[in-house]
Design a protein around this ligand. Structure first.
Ligand code: ADP
Length: 319
């Protein structure tokens, strides 16, 4: 293998740059040229690509976002558009593609594999919702961003005896809310994987008040409902007044944590090795501290499973 390509696709995540850097540098070690594709699958189809030298990925390991930019490009579901992407890569002498993104991006990669083009997926999304891997690039950074925000809200909540609702990202997966809930000591965590019960939330708040808790913080994943909606339900059902904080896109930004940088570096290097070994249609992941590869289709055939034991712990520790 002499030439491979790398792109970032879908929602961006801190640590994508560290993965791009690892791909370029590991490939260099193995005497392989790397082509960087801009704007995900859209750039692939439009031919927006450039050779990435070792120096081109210097000083990006610490930066959030992605140097190659990302895009959502629904047209990539069309077979003729995929054919164009493959034709562009073959014309440029590219023999394999590394796709850094979430499970949506994996579907695009799998379509290319079915058409005979080798692809490897690297999981990167702050939602941590790619089945088959315990962690995705960006999750740890986003988690720490949420913890920081909740700690700050806690300072003001402590001073004013308030009940705060913090809405965090997570449409289908509650990992960010759940891990942040445990790490920041939230009074209640509301996630898509567990049936929502307003009476339960009210009971937890009342129990806290009864034991003299001066303030409380509830973390809700956006996929269940908005913070404003939860505030309305608490007001209507129990006359409880809350303040709502929506963390929004700040959760996607920031310099990647050490953990995300290390994971991204491992994933990037492993993906290059996998392509060189002749693997195709594989996803890279981490299981019990070991980097592994598994069939790409596993990532979208299975449901993402959150850590329900951690949910129980969150509930127990916030009595
Ligand atoms: P993520 O990769 O973060 O889950 P998306 O779901 O938006 O983000 O997917 C990113 C891109 O991957 C899409 O904009 C599209 O270009 C491509 N993609 C998503 N689903 C498919 C599919 N079923 N077939 C082909 N390409 C897809």
């Amino acid at each position: 293998m002499k030439k491979i390509a790398v792109l970032t696709s879908g929602g961006d995540a801190p640590g994508m740059n560290a993965a791009i850097r690892a791909v370029v540098r590991k490939a260099k070690v193995l005497n392989i040229e790397v082509i960087g594709i801009y704007y995900g699958y859209q750039g692939l189809v439009e031919g927006q690509m450039t050779t990435l030298q070792v120096g081109d990925v210097g000083s990006i390991i610490q930066r959030g976002g992605t140097k190659l930019y990302s895009a959502r490009y629904p047209d990539f579901k069309q077979s003729d558009v995929q054919d164009q992407a493959i034709a562009n890569m073959r014309e440029a002498g590219i023999e394999g593609l590394i796709v850094i993104g979430g499970d949506g991006s994996y579907r695009g990669a799998m379509d290319l594999v079915k058409k005979g083009f080798p692809c490897i997926g690297i999981p990167a999304t702050i939602d941590n919702d790619v089945p088959g891997t315990q962690y995705t690039i960006g999750f740890d950074t986003a988690l720490n961003t949420v913890i920081d925000a909740v700690d700050k809200i806690r300072d003001t909540a402590t001073s004013h005896e308030n009940l705060f609702i913090v809405e965090v990202m997570g449409r289908d997966a509650g990992d960010l809310a759940l891990y942040a809930g445990v790490a920041a000591g939230a009074g209640a965590v509301i996630i898509p994987e567990v049936d929502f019960c307003i009476e339960d939330v009210i009971a937890r708040i009342k129990r806290g008040e009864y034991r003299g808790k001066m303030y409380n913080i509830i973390i809700v994943a956006e996929g269940v409902m908005s913070g404003t909606e939860l505030a309305r339900l608490l007001k209507e059902n129990a006359g409880i007044t809350t303040r709502v904080s929506v963390l929004g896109h700040m959760q996607r930004g920031g310099s990647p944590t050490g953990r995300d940088r290390v994971l991204a570096s491992q994933f990037g290097a492993y993906a290059v090795e996998a392509l060189v070994a002749g693997k195709k249609g594989r996803a890279i992941g981490v299981r019990n501290h070991e980097i592994v590869d598994y069939d790409l289709t596993e990532a979208f055939k299975k449901e993402h499973a959150t850590n329900l034991a951690l949910y129980t712990l969150a509930t127990e520790l916030s009595i």
